[in-house]
Structure formats: structure tokens, C-alpha cells
Design a protein around this ligand. Structure first.
Ligand code: DP6
Length: 342
């Protein structure tokens, strides 16, 4: 049955899972707000134990999209979700509204990249429900338009999202650069607050672009950081990746701290974790930290060190919980019943 053949008779439904990714070389800043094009390229790792599972059900007779997030109707998320589905609807030549049912197995909106996994899962499920059969590159472009970092969560392992040069953004797309199995690092996520962040990434990066005196320096130095990280990954050189990743993280936060008013995403426990990670590395433990637009610290380490790193972070005052994960695979379609049961 061709799902595009008869708009009125069918409920079009599909479900997908995507995992958050963590940028080692950060995305911060947009060169085109409407198309969501970044001022810089970025490079990330995709996680495995954390996920978003999303069912999209296009139903005739709905007057607006509906979204249920973690079991509760959540109209706050509706504007962006509708804008995202509109991109798919316009490809399909269809106006039918949808019910979106989405679950995260980790805190939403607290700097754990829920928008990355959320929009990657939404785009993939929406594409399947509408029978569009887009390529992974096309899915990445669409996910990027919904939330930049979502472009990277279409893929597993080590992923680079190109800044792109074209004004229409069609070359601003993510691609996998190394598979998980080729270098299976571990990640310990130290959760230091369950609160939703006060200033989301979109607003934070726009304020930074308008007011931070370091914006141009950030743009000018990113290519060298990307090249260094790529070289470290190709060589599986942990220490080299550690140094460049911490540098990119601290540089992004320095840039944002210098906005007006300054963006301070860390709490005391975040900073204590940073010191603890550096102490461990000085003692020879292969571990480094990275932090996004929130207070959680992600410690990336070699698998043999994962248990010791997680134990050390659990001891840091203010750490509520430590989630241990490896690197994961591509976003994937899943059984509808399984997604909703999640
Ligand atoms: C700090 O992808 O959430 O996590 O494109 O406005 O939705 P929008 O921003 P978003 O920003 C992520 C910023 C970051 C760094 C990164 O993931 O590269």
C-alpha cells in the first residue's frame, strides 16, 4: 500500500530511536538563523545508553499537532516540533497533522542534548510515516534545520557536521567519520542538576553572537581545532583528543561567559568535576571532560578506566548521579508498540 496514495483513508505511523551526541569540537553560533546554519563546523560522539524514542502518527481530522513528552502533553515543545514536521509535510505535499509521543530516558532540557536525539528521532519517524524514504544525508539536513546538533544524531560513532558554504545550507550536513567499533570509548555523565536550563542553546548562541567580543576569534580558530580532532581520531590518540576537546569546550564557555549578560552554565559541582577529571588525568587515567549548555559534565575515557572514573565522579560533592554509557549507533526505526511502551 503506497502511503501517499490516499490522504484521507490512512493513519500514517512510524517510530524511531535516536541517541544524544556530545560535541568534542563545539557548535556555537549561527550564520543563518532561519535555515539554522552554523558559523562553524563541529565534531561529536554519539552515545548508546541514553535515547529518545518517538512515535509520529499522522491523523486526518486533527486541527493541530499534539505532543506528549515523557507521558505528559507538552505544548511548550509544539512550535518547534510543528515547524520540524512542516518540513516533512511540505516534501510529502500533505497537510495532515500528527500526534507525537516521545520519551527520553534521561533529563530533558538540562544540557544532555535532548534536542539532538529528539529531533533526529522525530525526523526519522516522520520520514518513515510519510513514506518519503529520504537518504541519511537528507535526514541530517532536515534534522539540522530543527536543531543544529540533531544533524549529528542521525549517525552513530564519531560524526562531523560541516559548516557548509552554500547559502541554502544543503552542504551543511553531518557525516560519520569513524564507527564506534573502531574506537569504542566510554562516557560517564555526571548529573549535577535535574532542573531545565534557564537559557537554551538557541538563545544563548544568539546572545553570544550579538554581544561577545570573542565571536570572531571563535570562528577563526575552529578549522584548526577540527583538523586536530580529526587527526587525533584517525590516529586513535587519546591524549591528543583529550587536549583538543577540553580546549574547544573551555573556549566555547569562555566565549559565552563574555556575552552580555554572561552565560554561566556551570554550577559548583560542575567545576569540582572538572578539577577531578584533570586530577585523574594528571595521575595517568585516560579521561577528559566536556560540557555543553548546561551543568552536566561528560567525562570521556578509555573503557578500562570507566568504572574508576564513574566512581571518582560519584564522590564529588553535588553530583546527583553518574550515568555510564558507551558510544552508540545510528538513529533507527523501531517497532511502534515498543516505542510507545518505553
Ligand atoms: C553547546 O543544537 O541545541 O550543545 O541549533 O539552536 O537547536 P540549536 O542549538 P543546539 O546547540 C547545541 C550546542 C552545544 C554544542 C554542540 O552540541 O555542538
Amino acid at each position: 500500500m503506497n502511503p501517499k496514495s490516499d490522504d484521507s483513508a490512512l493513519t500514517r505511523v512510524a517510530a524511531a530511536q535516536a541517541q544524544p551526541n556530545i560535541a568534542l569540537i563545539k557548535y556555537w553560533g549561527k550564520r543563518d538563523v532561519a535555515l539554522n546554519l552554523p558559523v562553524v563546523g563541529s565534531l561529536s560522539i554519539t552515545l548508546d545508553r541514553l535515547w529518545t524514542r518517538t512515535e509520529v502518527r499522522f491523523e486526518t481530522g486533527l486541527d493541530a499537532d499534539r505532543i506528549t513528552l515523557n507521558g505528559r502533553e507538552d505544548p511548550k515543545q509544539l512550535r518547534r516540533a510543528t515547524a520540524c514536521l512542516d518540513l516533512l509535510r511540505s516534501r510529502a505535499g500533505l497537510s495532515t497533522r500528527a500526534r507525537i509521543t516521545s520519551t527520553n530516558n534521561f533529563p530533558t532540557g538540562a544540557g544532555l542534548a535532548s534536542s539532538a536525539s529528539g529531533f533526529a528521532a522525530l525526523v526519522l519517524a516522520g520520514d518513515a510515516a510519510l513514506g518519503l524514504e529520504l537518504s541519511t544525508a537528507e535526514l541530517s539536513v532536515l534534522a539540522r534545520r530543527c536543531s543544529g546538533s540533531a544533524a549529528r544524531s542521525i549517525f552513530g560513532g564519531y560524526v562531523e557536521w560541516a559548516r557548509g558554504e552554500r547559502p541554502d545550507g544543503e552542504d551543511s550536513v553531518a557525516r560519520p567519520i569513524l564507527e564506534t567499533d573502531a574506537w569504542p570509548l566510554s562516557v560517564a555523565v555526571a548529573i549535577t542538576s535535574m532542573a531545565e536550563k534557564a537559557i537554551g542553546s538557541t538563545e544563548g548562541m544568539n546572545r553570544t553572537a550579538e554581544t561577545s567580543p570573542f565571536q570572531q576569534a571563535w570562528i577563526d580558530t575552529q578549522e584548526a581545532d577540527l583538523a586536530e580532532a580529526r587527526a587525533a581520531i584517525v590516529a586513535r590518540d587519546f591524549e591528543r583528543l583529550a587536549v583538543i576537546s577540553e580546549y574547544s569546550c573551555l573556549k566555547m564557555h569562555a566565549l559565552a561567559l563574555a556575552a552580555k549578560p554572561g552565560l554561566l552554565y556551570w554550577n559548583a559541582a560542575t567545576v569540582a568535576c572538572m578539577h577531578r577529571v584533570r586530577q585523574l588525568r594528571a595521575q595517568g587515567v585516560p579521561v577528559f571532560f566536556t560540557i555543553d549548555a548546561g551543568p552536566q559534565l561528560k567525562a570521556v575515557c578509555e573503557p578500562a578506566a570507566a568504572a574508576a572514573v564513574a566512581a571518582a565522579l560519584r564522590e564529588v560533592p553535588g553530583v546527583l548521579n553518574v550515568v555510564e554509557t558507551g558510544l552508540g549507533g545510528d538513529a533507527k526505526l523501531m517497532d511502534v508498540a515498543e516505542a510507545v511502551a518505553a
